[in-house]
Ligand binder design. Structure first.
Ligand SMILES: [Zn+2]
Length: 83
């Protein structure tokens, strides 16, 4: 696996990038298709969720809900009141 220092195509962070490829096609056809260059974090995340837009959306929604709860708690804590 080759790596280069540049901007990740997903999160735009400057990092050492790795070649992203379709694991499903590789498993199915034995063909390794280059899709772009990603940072390790984005590459591992996409792999963990098997490139599923739905799974990533569910995780993003859960994180958004958690962030809203934390923001609300912080607000109450700053007011000295607890919900
Ligand atoms: Zn990234």
């Amino acid at each position: 696996m080759s790596a280069m220092y540049h901007r990740c195509e997903v999160c735009n962070a400057e990092a050492w990038l790795v070649s992203d490829h379709c694991h499903e096609r590789e498993e199915r056809e034995g063909v390794r298709t280059h899709r772009g260059y990603l940072c390790t974090s984005c590459n591992v995340t996409l792999g963990k969720y098997r490139d599923s837009r739905e799974a990533l959306k569910e995780k993003a929604d859960a994180l958004q809900k958690r962030a809203e709860i934390l923001r609300e708690l912080a607000h109450y804590l700053m007011l000295g009141r607890y919900p």
